[in-house]
Write a protein that binds this ligand. Structure first.
Ligand code: IMP
Length: 178
């Protein structure tokens, strides 16, 4: 099994790029078929972690849509700090529109709940959540997570956009902490 070192930790291969690509393609079809709206939807990509997933996902979707990139406070280390900042960078008017939030991972759900709260203020018609990874055992909230690439245990993962203290985002595969 392929292993990598990032900072002081070792990680082993968990989900390879071919498996990711196959699942991303399925998700793209699922999302395209589920979005029923008169107006073009707005995809809101949560940076930094979702950049790679969003690029691959959106390339597979043959629809007219606005794409916006927002940023939040970052996550440090291998456990959620629970502290998050406000959304910055939302330039599109989302009132009355269908919004699809694109995230890399939903862990406890604290971050996503904050994103939902902030976006709701602008009165979108409907908000969907698309996340590559979801840790159901860590999830403490009760909102629906509509489109999930892979459900995973509460292990810490890196790669394909996800980092460990800044490193690992560029890896094409997903690795899990040993
Ligand atoms: P939550 O608020 O606990 O749901 O955490 C969400 C954020 O924590 C994600 O957007 C990631 O930035 C980070 N995160 C959670 N789990 C992991 C992981 O396994 N690897 C890397 N980052 C993670």
């Amino acid at each position: 099994m392929k292993s990598i070192e990032l900072h002081d930790k070792s990680f082993e291969l968990y989900i390879d790029k071919n498996k990711i690509a196959g699942r991303v393609k399925e998700l793209a079809t699922q999302i395209t078929n589920s979005i029923k709206s008169d107006k073009p939807p707005v995809f809101i990509v949560v940076l930094n972690g979702a950049f790679m997933f969003a690029a691959d996902l959106l390339k597979q979707m043959d629809i007219n849509a606005d794409i916006s990139f927002v940023k939040l406070a970052s996550y440090s280390g291998t456990s959620s700090s629970g502290k998050v900042k406000k959304i910055i960078g939302l330039n599109e008017d989302i009132e009355g529109r269908t919004v699809v939030i694109i995230e890399d991972i939903v862990d406890t759900g604290i971050t996503m709940e904050m994103v939902l709260k902030e976006l709701s203020v602008f009165c979108p018609e409907k908000i969907y959540i698309a996340t590559l990874l979801y840790k159901p055992a860590a999830f403490t909230k009760n909102f629906a997570v509509h489109f999930v690439g892979f459900e995973i245990p509460t292990d810490f993962v890196v790669g394909y956009g996800l980092d460990y203290n800044g490193f690992g985002r560029n890896l094409p595969d997903i690795y899990v902490l040993k």
